[in-house]
Design a protein around this ligand. Structure first.
Ligand code: GLA
Ligand code: ZN
Length: 684
């Protein structure tokens, strides 16, 4: 396989000839008598990979000077004997109690100024000198001890980095971060617009963390009186955690340069700028826990965002629950077939592993009612174990290496940018109803419903391979980004953006002279003002003969070279353009000045795709998702039935369905039972 596309590229000895299957395994929480039984059950379910040592710091280091690897050695021996591959975690995601007692600087301080006590997990201050010192020491010992172990196929650094800290060590580190970035206090005064409300600072020491005790605006924990400060603090917090990751990575690489490192991301997770993090990881891995309101499109979008972090390279599905999770108000079981469907959905969007949290369900604390491969019953005769074992068999016997390394090719990109997410939602006005991910989702869902493959890309990514680039809520047009779009459009690209775009530069300072600022010449419009609508209000417009709603925000804009494709129908801006198209250079730029509904996005985006002759992955009945992954062996068309009834798909081209072995000819009907999956393979 093309080395570039391999997840575990460094480890030539570990022959990756199938989708890795397994997940988090915590035998240290169980008496040793059950370990052999675990191994028997793993074999039954075809489990070949385990993530070990995620929360073991307390066991590995019972006090400041004692380290004890005896149990982990035994576990490593156990899994080695049983031929399992290991994703070895560094255990630094929860500090031991003795450390919190003796070195309280490891504890975080909340947004409200409250210093936490020992408790929970993912709980260490990223700028705590004690945390960093002890974490580095532990990681060095792990790296020396296990870094040459052949069973280790990846290092799993910490776990689900997240949260924020507002302690004094973070405050000091924030000042250093700012000094580094802005050099002088004068520049700081400028970029944060500190002339406002007499906030002028005279010394770096005047900088304090933006929290409830300082810049809180309308106590909701989100809004802030100085968005520039809070935005920089969000960036700094993400960088602080990244520095912890890098610290561990550097040590691991010193002892085991060929073992790839990762940490488990969480999809659309606001606190960390994953695009900035991505180049620091050898491969992307993430934990997929759809919430009760999430649709198949929402989950697909997160997979695509994760895949986009490394320009389309396959990623690892690091965790998913076999059935139920434990944090919802109502913890509903995944219906029969749904775990399998979601697993294939991950693979269909670029995952080369299917891993679960966790292998054996715990007996106490908050995850005792979170499902696991081995349930409290303790044997294999459960519905869930049966489903896990069936999937394990399929992945091993039927899918094998046909999809490994496979890429998804897309002519459409949606820009997703953490700075924009943070800045648009910190903003005081025009409306709290403007939600970044929700806006992005509108465009994604429409494309998803028609099976158009989409890449989610960052502001740094190249645009030249795309026919259509959509940047919803590009509120902040960062230094040079307008130039990037300008040349993309001039060279023939189709660019789409929305209301509340181009308003500010990198520091959240408004670009003067009229919105959408630096995008104005590209879009050929001038936005004079933006109206915010209450939830029960709507304007409307007619696009190609059909009336659609205009909600949340409506911009009053004037044409400056663009043509209007639709006009507002009511209120004092009735007759003003809503949807505009600017033919520019060899390309075109669209501006959608409001939020509409799914039907509009579908109609609008279908037109754009058809103009560019972009083909969907397949034509399917509603609720059936289709994607194509292609590697050097050929291409796999995934058909995923999210409906709760059987459907039939008319195949445009034939192939061998891998799960049943059935050979189909073009024009054949393929039946999919409810939650059913088909993988149609066509050799190169
Ligand atoms: C997260 C964590 C795991 C576990 C699961 C439970 O994703 O990484 O340690 O707590 O949630 O779903
Ligand atoms: Zn801190």
């Amino acid at each position: 396989m093309n080395k570039d596309s391999m997840l575990f590229a460094g480890r030539g000895k570990n022959n990756m000839d199938k989708i890795l299957y397994g997940g988090d395994y915590n035998p240290e929480q169980w008496p040793e008598e059950v370990w052999e039984e675990d191994m028997r059950l793993f074999r039954l379910a075809r489990i070949d990979t385990v993530t070990l040592n995620v929360f073991s710091w307390a066991m590995l280091q019972p006090d400041e000077t004692t380290y004890d690897f005896s149990k982990l050695d035994k576990i490593m021996e156990l899994v080695r004997k049983n031929g399992l591959k290991v994703c070895l975690a560094t255990s630094t995601a929860a500090h031991p109690a003795w450390m919190a007692r003796k070195y309280p600087d490891v504890l975080r301080t909340e947004h409200n100024g409250m210093r936490r006590k020992f408790g929970r997990r993912h709980n260490s201050c990223p700028n705590s000198p004690s945390y960093r010192k002890f974490a580095a020491a532990l990681v060095e010992k792990l790296a020396k001890r296990y870094g040459t172990d052949d069973t280790v196929i990846a290092w799993h650094i910490s776990n689900e980095y997240g949260g924020m800290c507002f302690c004094e060590n973070c405050e000091k580190a924030f000042r250093r971060w700012l000094q580094d970035k802005y050099q002088t206090v004068e520049e700081l005064n400028r970029v944060w617009n500190l002339g406002f409300w007499g906030h002028t600072m005279y010394d770096w020491e005047d900088v304090v963390v933006p929290n409830l005790l300082s810049e809180e605006f309308i106590s909701d924990g989100v809004r802030t009186t100085f968005q520039g400060i809070s935005l920089d603090y969000a960036r700094f917090n993400s960088d602080s955690m990244l520095a912890c990751f890098d610290m561990e990575k550097e040590i691991l690489k010193k002892y085991s340069p060929d073992i790839p490192v990762t940490t488990n991301f969480m999809g659309m997770f606001k606190r960390l700028d994953y695009q900035k993090w991505s180049s620091h990881l050898d491969f992307i891995s993430w934990d997929n826990y759809p919430g009760p309101a999430d649709t198949a499109a929402d989950v697909a979008m997160r997979h695509d965002l994760m895949r986009g972090l490394k320009q389309g390279k396959p990623f690892a599905l690091m965790e998913q629950t076999p059935s139920v999770n434990n944090w919802n108000e109502v913890c509903r079981l995944k219906r029969p077939g749904v775990m399998r469907l979601y697993s294939y959905q991950a693979v269909a969007h670029g995952a080369d592993t299917v891993l679960f949290f966790q292998m054996r369900r715990s007996i106490g604390a908050c995850e005792k009612f979170h499902s696991a491969v081995i349930d409290h019953a303790g044997h294999e005769h459960t519905r869930l174990f049966g489903e896990v074992a069936q999937l394990g068999e399929e992945l091993e016997e039927r899918i094998q290496d046909t999809v490994l390394g496979g890429r998804i090719s897309s002519k459409i990109a949606i820009v997703f940018d953490w700075d924009n997410w943070w800045a648009a939602e910190y903003s005081a006005g025009p409306s709290r109803r403007i939600q970044y991910c929700e806006e992005v989702s509108q465009y994604y869902r429409a494309l998803f419903s028609m099976n158009y493959p989409v890449d989610l890309i960052g502001a740094e990514d190249d645009l030249s391979s795309y026919s259509i680039v959509i940047a919803p809520l590009l509120y902040m047009c960062k230094e040079g980004y307008d130039e990037k779009i300008r040349s993309y459009v001039k060279q023939g690209g189709t660019f789409v953006t929305t209301y509340f775009s181009g308003y500010v530069e990198d520091h959240d300072l408004v670009v003067l002279g009229g919105y959408p600022g630096k995008l104005r010449d590209i879009l050929g419009v001038w936005v004079e003002e933006i109206d915010a609508l209450y939830p029960d209000e709507a304007n409307s417009f007619i696009y190609k003969g059909v009336r659609y709603p205009a909600e949340i925000a409506c911009e009053r804009k004037h044409l400056e070279g663009a043509e209007a494709l639709a006009f507002y129908e009511s209120d004092f801006y009735a007759g003003m353009p809503v949807v505009t198209r600017h033919a520019w250079g060899r390309g075109e730029a669209y501006h959608v000045a409001t939020r509409s509904n799914g039907a509009f996005y579908k109609a609008f985006l279908r037109d754009l795709c058809e103009n560019h002759r972009i083909r969907p992955a397949a034509d399917t009945p509603e609720g059936v998702e289709a994607t194509v992954r292609k590697n050097e062996k050929g291409e796999c068309l995934f058909l995923l039935n999210h409906n709760s009834q059987e459907v039939s798909v008319c195949l445009e081209s034939g192939g061998t369905e891998l799960l049943t072995g059935t050979v189909y000819a073009p024009g054949d009907q393929l039946k999919l039972e409810k939650t059913g999956v088909a993988v149609l393979f066509r050799p190169e």
